[in-house]
Design a protein around this ligand. Structure first.
Ligand code: ATP
Length: 468
């Protein structure tokens, strides 16, 4: 118990007490990601958790009540192939937001990189198929709940490490792309880069309507990348204005799939950039699509058929997640399995992927932790990082102190919607998740129309420095 400004005693925020902060594991468009461990036996001691801290905007306007309400809705999404949002914490002092997720030891960015740069061999067919099936399964769940991910890419496809859930795919970051529609410029300046490589052609051509088909395009790109270990369409980003027309990205797509035509894609002619940049777009003609030679699949194979249907130009004709799950590709050997990392056939080698690197020296403020001011407590020691770990705990305590003085709101794991903070005007509702998610979708569309934001123009070049 601690005293607040009024002299009253109040409980420490529960969520801070239950974890030991271990260190920083990554940095994304919206903020930093930390690894923490559960301290409490009730949550099975030592359970790893990923805490995402969202950075403040330069204007310091914090997290809007609408964003918070929508995040609360994301906690309703419970599915084996969706990363679980276990805790939401808003620090009202500086209006920063912390989201705690189940921790995944791997992601497809690292898995693909490991095969390409470390072991120099392809990912086995069973693993590719199992990963793809589970991505589609998670996506089908999201789409049937009216959630469009909008930012699918290998680093957002998490894969569980050793344990009961080993090899399970968890889609991360779902729903956040819309909530935080305009990422902060300063983050890009920090060297963190987001990518246009997985962006659907209708968006590149200026469509303002997101449909679930944009996610299927991204899955097609990821499928190809799992097969070849290289991004399929590596366009060079134009950064000349806040939201420029990405000609090179489209050009890379056309080169592989051929130029789109109004015959095959009737609404093409209505897309803003198709009309306004027609000359630029159509100077180069690509008549010999070469997708099958890139992915090295026979044109008549089920795998190639599925991939082509994901990379269909016309979003209306593009295969849906539920259709894809029924595709013949998944009915043929090797049959996909729950543990994507351990093929049932003993002849297939199990690849030991490395654990995520952890930067033990960065605290929750994103600054380097000072040397520990006191002797390490042996009970919190682990491996060679004892001192740093201890200093992280100290920082955690400092953070706690800050938080306790800042009228924080903590929302603990859910059964149904809950959490009311009238002083902040933040509320969530009890009710049917499907209905709520539909409302969420409608609100999002309305907001998009009002703000007239079609897609954030914050992309940086492909040499993304995404690690710690
Ligand atoms: N639940 C999690 N468990 C383990 N690692 C995670 C988890 N969520 C995210 N990460 C990792 O943290 C890093 C940063 O993630 P984050 O989602 O913030 O950025 P990103 O996906 O690299 O880029 P962007 O923010 O542009 O989507 C990535 O390596 C990601 O795989």
């Amino acid at each position: 118990m601690v005293a607040d400004g009024s002299g009253k005693q109040r409980a420490r925020p529960e969520w801070l007490q239950q974890y030991d902060l271990v260190g920083k594991i990554g940095e994304g468009t919206y903020g930093l990601v930390y690894l923490a461990k559960s301290k409490e036996p009730a949550h099975s001691r030592g359970t790893k958790i990923a805490i995402k801290k969202f950075k403040q905007s330069k204007e310091g306007d914090g997290v809007s009540p609408t964003a918070i309400r929508e995040i609360m809705l994301l906690r309703e999404c419970i599915h084996e192939n969706i990363v679980k949002l276990v805790n939401v914490h808003i620090n009202h002092g500086d209006m920063s937001l912390y989201l705690a997720f189940d921790y995944a030891e791997h992601d497809l960015y690292e898995i693909i990189r490991h095969h390409r740069e470390k072991i120099n061999c392809s990912i086995n067919a069973y693993t590719v198929k199992s990963l793809l099936w589970q991505i589609l399964n998670g996506l089908n769940y999201l789409h049937s709940n009216w959630i469009i991910h909008r930012d699918l890419k290998p680093s957002n496809i998490l894969v569980m490490g050793e344990g009961d859930e080993q090899g399970l795919v968890k889609i991360g970051d779902f729903g956040l792309a819309r909530i935080f529609q305009a990422p902060l410029r300063s983050l890009s300046e920090n060297g963190v880069v987001v990518t246009i490589w997985y962006r659907a052609p209708e968006l590149l051509l200026g469509s303002r309507h997101y449909t679930s088909a944009v996610d299927m395009w991204a899955v097609g790109c990821i499928f190809a990348e799992l097969l070849t270990l290289k991004p399929l369409f590596q366009g060079i980003e134009d950064k000349s204005s806040p939201n420029p027309f990405q000609l090179d990205q489209l050009d890379k797509i056309f080169k592989v799939l051929g130029n789109p035509t109004a015959d095959k894609w009737p609404t093409l002619l209505t897309l803003p950039h198709w009309a306004s940049n027609r000359q630029n777009i159509q100077t180069r003609k690509y008549d010999n699509p070469g997708l099958y030679s890139i992915v090295q699949l026979p044109p008549k194979s089920p795998g190639f058929d599925l991939l082509s249907k994901m990379l269909e130009y016309d979003p209306i004709k593009r295969i849906t997640a539920s259709q894809a799950l029924e595709h013949d590709y998944f009915r043929n050997d090797p049959i996909p399995g729950r543990n994507s990392l351990v093929p049932p056939n003993a002849a297939d080698k199990v690849v030991p992927y490395p654990q995520r690197p952890v930067d033990y020296s960065t605290d929750f403020d994103g600054t380097t932790a000072p040397p520990p001011p006191q002797m390490p407590n042996p009970s919190s020691m682990s491996g060679g990082s004892n001192q740093l770990h201890q200093s992280m705990n100290v920082n955690m305590q400092q953070q706690q102190h800050k938080v306790q003085n800042s009228n924080n709101m903590v929302v603990n794991p859910p059964v149904g919607m809950h959490g009311l903070n009238s002083s902040a005007g933040i509320y969530t509702q009890r009710g049917n998740p499907a209905v709520l998610l539909q409302q969420q979708q409608q609100q999002g569309l309305r907001r998009k129309e009002q703000s007239n934001v079609s897609y954030p123009g914050h992309y940086q070049p492909p040499n993304k420095s995404r690690r710690i």
